[in-house]
Design a protein around this ligand. Structure first.
Ligand code: HEC
Length: 172
């Protein structure tokens, strides 16, 4: 068995460790994190309210300027991870900024089951798309963004040059 002294030392170390953790946790709360929602510049002219609802429920938190930030997204270090995901997501595809619709790849990512990301769906069961939802969303994206959707991309970007017929974009 351990001597009393060893037990005491171990307790002391655990105590100091806990204090460091707690202080560290408090300190990192002051690191600025950008959880802002920039202005909505444009909105797709959705072919139907259903497509819009599906996109909103499964994609908008990371691919629009209308992110719903849950309470835990304001607590570091979780906030860092979530904000990073949202900013990366918005850069790839942003339904609030027409220059970043990037719809060509959306269908691919839905079919492959890559979007919405699995970890996200765990915390947002509403974002889980049934097979019927996926079919409806894909069909809706095709109708909304035109028949060139899903026909592959010319450049790695895939977000330029669409939108001929909906270039006004501000409607709705
Ligand atoms: C939890 C946040 C999140 C949600 C929700 C989400 N995405 Fe993403 N998405 C990302 C991130 C982050 C990236 C960037 C991935 C990368 O660069 O590796 C991305 C990338 C993309 C891309 C760019 C192409 C690619 O292959 O990476 C497309 C298209 C896309 N998402 C479509 C969608 C669609 C459609 C939905 C809804 C059905 C959706 N995403 C839901 C976070 C999300």
């Amino acid at each position: 068995m351990f001597s009393k002294r060893v037990v005491k030392t171990v307790k002391l170390i655990i105590g100091i460790g806990l204090i460091i953790l707690i202080v560290g946790f408090l300190v990192i709360q002051f690191v600025p994190v950008d959880t802002s929602n920039p202005a909505v510049v444009s909105e797709p002219k959705w072919d139907s309210p259903q497509t819009q609802a599906l996109a909103e429920q499964a994609c908008y938190d990371c691919h629009s300027n209308e992110t719903k930030w849950p309470w835990y997204s304001h607590i570091a270090p979780v906030s860092w991870v979530i904000a990073r995901e949202v900013h990366r997501g918005r850069r790839s595809l942003n339904y609030s900024e027409q220059s970043a619709y990037g719809e060509n790849e959306s269908i691919e990512t839905i079919l492959q089951g890559r979007m919405p990301p699995r970890q996200y769906v765990l915390f947002h069961p509403k974002a889980r798309l049934t097979n019927a939802d996926k079919q409806a969303l894909i069909a809706g994206l095709k109708k909304t963004f035109g028949s060139n959707v899903g026909s592959g991309r010319e450049s790695g970007e895939g977000r330029e040059g669409q939108g001929g017929e909906d270039s006004e974009g501000e409607g709705n």
